[in-house]
Design a protein around this ligand. Structure first.
Ligand SMILES: [Zn+2]
Length: 337
């Protein structure tokens, strides 16, 4: 099990967890809120491991905080994914339904933990819970047994019911600084500095993405393909553009990367339009194309493009048909130009 030092940044959340444990002030429900790849799952599992750890512990203070110990029975079980009192809720469909919550949480929460002091339920992608599922979970969160702790992992709290939100402690992940990411990549992944810089810049504070960009040899290639497709946007029909995107996907590239780069491209155009300084943009080698776009597009246009990319991400997350989602996006990007 990795210790807290192995999670980059997120100092506030780490301190909060340590303080809560030291003061023995544990709530029954937590929300880890933030982007994928930012370390939410890792932190939730660390928190769970800490709560269950039975290792020797001399001093209850943050400076000498040594839990999880990594050696006790519980820690070893955590490491192998077999801690019986830490349950990760899974789901087979695109949403988490009421039966998933009933079967995996409500029906077993009344049974006391086998060995640990707590019975912990981790629910990844909890923002995919249907309203019914959330109402079912609410029953447990409203009247939990003394030993129960529920950890919800979400990308945004927007789809959670206010009744759920009001009963959970919210832990909001913060984007990392460029320096934090560069340091991490250079030290832990042995990435050369120029590569670490570029990856940090494109990752927008998300360590998971930064590691992927820095270690994925295809990333530069992916970036070039996407930018090329954006530059021909004005000269091609929507069906031709859709073919390019389909081909991108069929070649095994990650469509999230595609959308991330499109997002950064329009952010660049927006930034350039506002400051007219080519040294501030991310795609410096594309300064001419960005300048042209910034001149022909209004602020409203660019905002609409950014919103459209966001919408496309949400649609794909909610399993809306790929072609339809991308076509809608391309129409919006094209219409405005
Ligand atoms: Zn331990």
């Amino acid at each position: 099990m990795n210790g807290y030092d192995n999670v980059v940044g997120q100092v506030q959340i780490k301190d909060f967890i340590k303080k809560s444990v030291c003061r023995n002030k544990i709530s029954h429900a937590y929300i880890f809120n933030g982007e994928k790849g930012g370390g939410r799952n890792k932190l939730a599992r660390l928190f769970a491991a800490t709560l269950q750890c039975t290792g020797e512990y001399d001093e209850w203070n943050i400076e000498s905080f040594s839990k999880p110990c990594g050696k006790c029975r519980s820690c070893l079980q955590m490491e192998s994914g077999n801690q019986p009192d830490v349950i990760t809720v899974t789901h087979e469909k695109s949403t988490i339904g009421v039966d998933d919550i009933r079967d995996q949480v409500n029906n077993s929460v009344g049974i006391k933990p086998y060995a640990g002091p707590y019975k912990i339920y981790i629910i990844p992608e909890a923002d995919k819970m249907t309203e019914q599922a959330q109402n079912a979970l609410l029953k447990t969160i409203e009247e939990p047994p003394e030993y129960a702790v529920i950890m919800l992992i979400v990308e945004s709290i927007g789809s959670l019911l206010p009744t759920i939100l009001s009963r959970c402690v919210q832990l909001n992940m913060k984007p990392l600084s460029e320096t934090e990411i560069v340091d991490y990549l250079m030290k832990n992944c042995k990435i050369p500095d120029y590569m670490a810089q570029a990856s940090a810049l494109f990752s927008q504070g998300n360590i998971g993405k930064a590691i992927r960009y820095a270690t994925d040899e295809d990333f530069i290639e992916i970036k070039d393909i996407v930018i090329k497709s954006l530059k021909v946007l004005d000269n091609k029909r929507v069906d031709e553009l859709l073919d390019i995107v389909r081909q991108f996907k069929d070649e095994g590239y990650n469509i999230e990367d595609y959308l991330d780069i499109v997002m950064l491209w329009y952010r660049d155009i927006l930034l350039y339009k506002a400051v007219k300084d080519p040294s501030m943009v991310m795609f410096k080698e594309e300064a001419r194309a960005i300048d042209r776009q910034a001149r022909v597009r209004s602020y409203e246009d660019i905002e609409s493009c950014l919103k459209a990319v966001d919408k496309a991400k949400q649609r794909l997350n909610a399993n809306v048909n790929f072609d339809i989602t991308m076509e809608l996006l391309l129409i919006t990007l094209k219409e405005i130009s």
